[in-house]
Design a protein around this ligand. Structure first.
Ligand code: SF4
Length: 202
């Protein structure tokens, strides 16, 4: 029975949690749309600017961004074309292959990031007022959910501890061999700048 059927939703905690998550996903969409309208951009264009600003240059390619945002390469190419026309990004052409490029933010693009990257702030404000113990429970639930969806191949997240070659587990304890530290639940990352894909040969 559908989680949106009010009888089965309200009689079952699983269904209420799923319906609540769906409601939250709408909140992020609305908040992003508000910022997008202010700057005459689309939500994906803002997401691209923020992602490029916060990740290394080798991740700023059309292929990587298409995978990251679960959209097609033509969708990313279209967004890139518009952002370039608005002088928010510039292309750095690969000297060995003139068809390939990485994307860099211009000074104007960086300014737009500063003005838009706080779009989730109403949510951040509420989370900041939550107790530390509740935050840890929320984070454990969210990270477990993301990992479960990743294992089901519904969401593609490469930069998480569980897929990292530096991650190890002994019993129920998690470790990062790069940072040489035990990872408590609160330390598990879903987007780590030091991540190395364990399935890749080095
Ligand atoms: S390097 Fe980063 S992603 Fe890898 S295990 Fe350590 S904290 Fe996690």
């Amino acid at each position: 029975m559908s989680v949106f059927n009010l009888i089965t939703q309200n009689e079952n905690l699983d269904n209420k949690i799923v319906a609540g998550l769906e409601r939250l996903s709408q909140v992020f969409k609305v908040l992003l749309w508000e910022k997008a309208k202010e700057h005459s951009l689309s939500p994906i264009q803002i997401q691209l600017l923020i992602f490029i600003h916060n990740h290394t240059q080798e991740k700023s390619t059309v292929s990587y961004l298409a995978k990251e945002f679960n959209v097609t390469k033509p969708t990313i190419s279209d967004a890139v074309r518009i952002l370039e026309a608005k002088n928010m990004i510039e292309k750095s052409i690969d000297l060995n292959d003139s068809r390939s490029y990485t994307i860099l933010l211009t000074q104007f693009g960086k300014r737009i990031v500063l003005e838009t990257e706080d779009f989730p702030s109403p949510v951040t404000k509420i989370i900041s007022q939550t107790s530390e113990s509740d935050k840890e429970i929320i984070w454990k639930s969210i990270s477990d959910l993301i990992i479960g969806l990743n294992k089901s191949q519904i969401v593609d997240i490469q930069r998480t501890c569980y897929n990292c070659k530096f991650y190890s587990q002994v019993g129920s304890e998690h470790f990062c061999d790069l940072l040489v530290m035990k990872l408590e639940d609160r330390d598990i990352r879903i987007d780590c700048p030091e991540f190395h894909d364990k399935s890749m040969a080095y």
